[in-house]
Ligand binder design. Structure first.
Ligand code: ME8
Length: 658
């Protein structure tokens, strides 16, 4: 693979429904990193598409009374439209009904069959339609699919099998020798755990008599290909395989990142890796399994709970760019996240309206009012300006490392460090005072410095908020080509400060604020809640619902739902300076900085016993001072006044507890 090329994929999505927020999340994340590498001068291939075969899709087609091909053709429109709406710049949209893909799947099957790696056998297993796979009896939980809890069906049938078991040792060795193969790290351990049991062979066909919607097996026309075996091959057929002389293949394989949700890790880490081994194709560089978006109380999205998130509604009301920003900024890529419209509004107002929007608007308004409509030349540059340039250098390096490692929230946090510093710089330098006092030289320096900060931030935001970043750069007289040049100049920077020398004499255009502030939820969203909290038509006679007495401790489910619990890891602990019973801890709860938490657990735990413990934290408790030390949350523990143990959970910091 050429050194300056970059290949990223999303899962190909089933066309048994329309795209929702979860699909958009993976796709936005892939788009952001693809845009970053394009901007950085790499040759990029970003592949997404649709998974169009299999039982689920067939049933949906039947439900709609349509021929399956007509159904998938129709559904694909919605997926493409959603990605257009979200500004997704994929390089290729693959469909598993594409002739090249079909030929690729059949070629692979024939090759593995000829090599003796596919055989025919009769098998009995428990089939879960919801995930399109067989489970063994011991996999089932309460007789249901262990992944979805949906019913399973016992099926005995003759099928073709891929000798996956023969690759188990090689796969384990690969995972152990390549720690970055599956990320985050905790997911790799999950796969290794799975591989402690003997790996079975993989059933890769379906008899047409039972389910005929799939790619025909080339050596037995009574069968079609199992949908996962078909779908996974999109990643290689999408870059020319099996034609290994193809320029796409030679430029882009092995893929840099397969982005997937954690739900489909096994199929990728185990099925896909072993399929590639069987084909003697180099393995991907990384499979990155991100977490899930859930409603605030940790339940799945459901209309009756008022927690369905409509991506178009968010885009209509807050804008596409703000929506993209929110999903990448709000949680660590890898952790689960709870979604609320209020949380969205808070993030929007704080980061976009207040921090960035305000920085841009006030620096442009003041500058044009007092210094004319061009970016001013510097007067004398002093320590405060040097500090801003240094900070920009640090932000750039942190941003780059983080975004290239798909740590989007870390990258944006680094950038916001500079945005906040820009606002603070204005507050400290008080340009209004400089103007009043006639200190024009100094005023020029301050205004220009802030404009350079805005232009710098604008360039780095292009991958995340492509339109708003362009708008911001446009206000400063910069176009995309200049932004690209600016990025190459930054890349050439080994370390040290950013020179902030791009804007002199550029036309400035204040225009409207980039992100208008919302005082409350937009009416269309607020209405949604009204509609959903409206009581049903009054029943007659009135039901006698026992109400808790006013002094009862009973709370409603809605009240409980407000408590946000997350997994946290104690990083350090020390005695409270003023209270024997209290311990002061730093706890990682999946945010950019650890929380300070004070807890009355000293009776049971010495500070040195605590680091490394994985605890449960109430994260939305109002911060308070306990005997003079700030506490930003509360941990859960067992025991009354005397604590007997901590409530612990084996999960990554930031994981929702429910
Ligand atoms: O599994 N939060 O397709 P699929 C975050 N066709 N991401 C979510 C999510 C949520 N709540 N819900 C869905 C398939 N996703 C197969 C894939 S690939 C060769 C074949 C995202 O339509 C996430 O990326 O069920 C997840 O892996 C994917 O959608 C599943 O999409």
């Amino acid at each position: 693979m050429a050194e300056r090329s970059f290949y990223i994929t999303t899962p190909i999505y089933y066309v048994n429904g329309r795209p929702h927020i979860g699909h958009a999340y993976t796709t936005i994340a892939a788009d952001a990193i693809a845009r970053w590498h394009r901007l950085d001068g790499r040759t990029v291939r970003f592949l997404t598409g649709t998974d169009e075969h299999g039982q689920k899709v067939l049933e949906k087609a039947k439900e709609r009374g349509m021929d399956p091909k007509a159904h998938v053709d129709d559904m694909v429109r919605h997926w493409k439209a959603a990605w257009d709406r979200m500004e997704i710049q994929y390089d290729h949209f693959i469909r598993t009904t594409d002739p090249h893909h079909i030929a690729c799947v059949q070629g692979v099957l024939q090759r593995l069959y000829d090599a003796g790696l596919i055989y025919k056998d009769t098998y009995t297993g428990w089939y879960s339609k919801s995930v399109e796979r067989f489970w063994t009896e011991k996999d089932l939980i309460d007789g249901k699919c262990p992944e979805t809890g949906q019913p399973v069906e016992e099926i005995t049938e003759t099928n073709y099998f891929f000798k996956m078991s023969g690759f188990q040792d090689r796969l384990v060795a690969h995972l152990e020798a390549n720690p970055g193969y599956i990320r985050p790290e905790s997911r790799k351990n999950e796969v290794l755990g799975f591989l402690r049991r003997p790996l079975e062979d993989l059933c890769i066909s379906r008899p047409k008599a039972r389910m005929g919607w799939g790619i025909e097996i080339p050596f037995d026309t009574e069968f079609v290909t199992y949908v996962w075996f078909d779908a996974l091959l999109n990643y290689v057929s999408g870059v020319g395989y099996p034609d290994t002389d193809d320029v796409l293949w030679n430029t882009f394989w092995p893929v840099d990142f397969h982005l997937i949700g954690k739900d489909i890790l096994t199929t990728h880490a185990v099925y896909w890796s072993t399929m590639l081994m069987a084909l003697d194709v180099p393995l991907p560089k990384c499979m990155y399994a991100h977490g899930w978006w859930m409603s605030n109380d940790g339940s799945k999205m459901s209309k009756s709970l008022g927690n369905v998130i409509d991506i178009n509604l968010l885009a209509d009301e807050f804008g596409v760019d703000a929506t993209r920003y929110f999903f990448l900024r709000e949680i660590a890529f890898g952790a689960d996240g709870g979604f609320t419209y209020d949380g969205f509004l808070t993030r929007y107002n704080a980061d976009l309206a207040n921090d960035l929007g305000n920085l841009a608007h006030r620096s442009l308004s003041m500058s044009t009012k007092w210094l004319g409509d061009q970016a001013p030349a510097y007067g004398e540059v002093g320590e405060a300006e040097e500090a801003m340039r240094e900070l920009a250098g640090v932000a750039y390096r942190e941003y780059r490392t983080a975004i290239e490692g798909l740590q989007y929230n870390k990258a944006l946090t680094a950038l916001w460090g500079l945005v906040k510093a820009g606002n603070k710089y204005i507050d400290t330098e008080q340009p209004w005072r400089l103007n009043r006092d006639g200190s024009v030289e100094r005023l020029r320096t301050v205004m220009r410095t802030v404009q350079e900060v805005c232009a710098f931030v604008g360039v780095l935001l292009l991958p995340v908020m492509p339109n708003k970043a362009k708008e911001l750069l446009g206000k400063l007289g910069q176009d995309e080509r200049q932004a690209r040049d600016a990025l190459s100049a930054l890349a050439a920077l080994e370390g040290g400060p950013v020179s902030f020398d791009r804007l002199e004499g550029n036309p400035l255009n204040v225009g409207d604020p980039l992100f208008p502030r919302f005082r409350e939820l937009p009416p269309r969203i607020a209405k949604l809640f009204e509609a959903e909290s409206e009581p049903p038509a009054p029943p007659t006679p009135k039901p006698q619902v026992p109400k808790p007495s006013p002094d009862s401790d009973t709370i409603t489910f809605d009240a409980f739902k407000k408590v946000q619990l997350r997994a946290g890891t104690i990083l350090s602990a020390e005695k409270h300076p003023n209270a024997d019973k209290l311990v002061v801890m730093k706890v990682d709860v999946g945010e950019e900085r650890p929380r300070n938490i004070v807890a009355g657990i000293a009776n049971r735990f010495a500070p040195e016993d605590l680091p490394g413990r994985k605890i449960v934290v109430v994260v939305n408790l109002a911060p308070t001072k306990l005997r003079g030390v700030l506490s930003e949350g509360m941990l859960l523990a067992a025991g009354g006044k005397e604590v007997v143990d901590l409530v612990t959970v084996d999960a990554e910091p930031g994981e929702v507890v429910r």
